[in-house]
Design a protein around this ligand. Structure first.
Ligand code: THU
Length: 135
């Protein structure tokens, strides 16, 4: 999957973004980097809030940044955290990512570069889609 994706570069961008995480409550810093069809890379970090529920994950920050820069087509996303077992996107982020590419390549990277890569269609096989679900 995604042989055209330079995962190493995407991961490096994600690690750099992770440095900017605002995570004073969980102390759990996450970085993400999404690759647009244009070749551009957009990054995000998690941004927490004292209300907890308003916290935004790194994946959604990365994609939102890309969209506001005019990119809506993505081929892959790298998500990094300093964990033994790589973290995978939460349910809300899976739906958010599926908006733009339900088969996005998702690479989750942990400490020491250990990684797992999936198609988003495996992580979220049945995303909500108002067209499909409309009566
Ligand atoms: N988090 C992310 O940013 N992405 C993930 O894939 C997993 C969870 C953040 C949300 C929160 O700031 C912290 O990690 C702990 O859940």
């Amino acid at each position: 999957m995604g042989p055209q994706i330079n995962w190493k570069s995407l991961e490096e961008h994600a690690w750099a973004a992770r440095e900017r995480a605002y995570a004073p409550y969980s102390k759990f810093a996450v970085g993400a980097a999404v690759l647009a069809d244009s070749g551009e890379i957009f990054t995000g970090c998690n941004v927490e809030n004292v209300s907890f529920g308003l916290t935004i994950c790194a994946e959604r920050v990365a994609v939102s940044t890309a969209v506001q820069e005019g990119c809506r087509q993505f081929t892959g996303i790298a998500v990094v955290a300093d964990t033994e077992v790589p973290v995978i996107p939460c349910g809300a982020c899976r739906q958010f990512l599926a908006e733009f590419n339900p088969a996005l390549a998702v690479s989750c990277v942990g400490r020491g570069g250990v990684h797992h890569t999936w198609s988003l269609s495996v992580l979220l096989p049945s995303p909500f889609d108002r067209i499909v679900n409309a009566s």
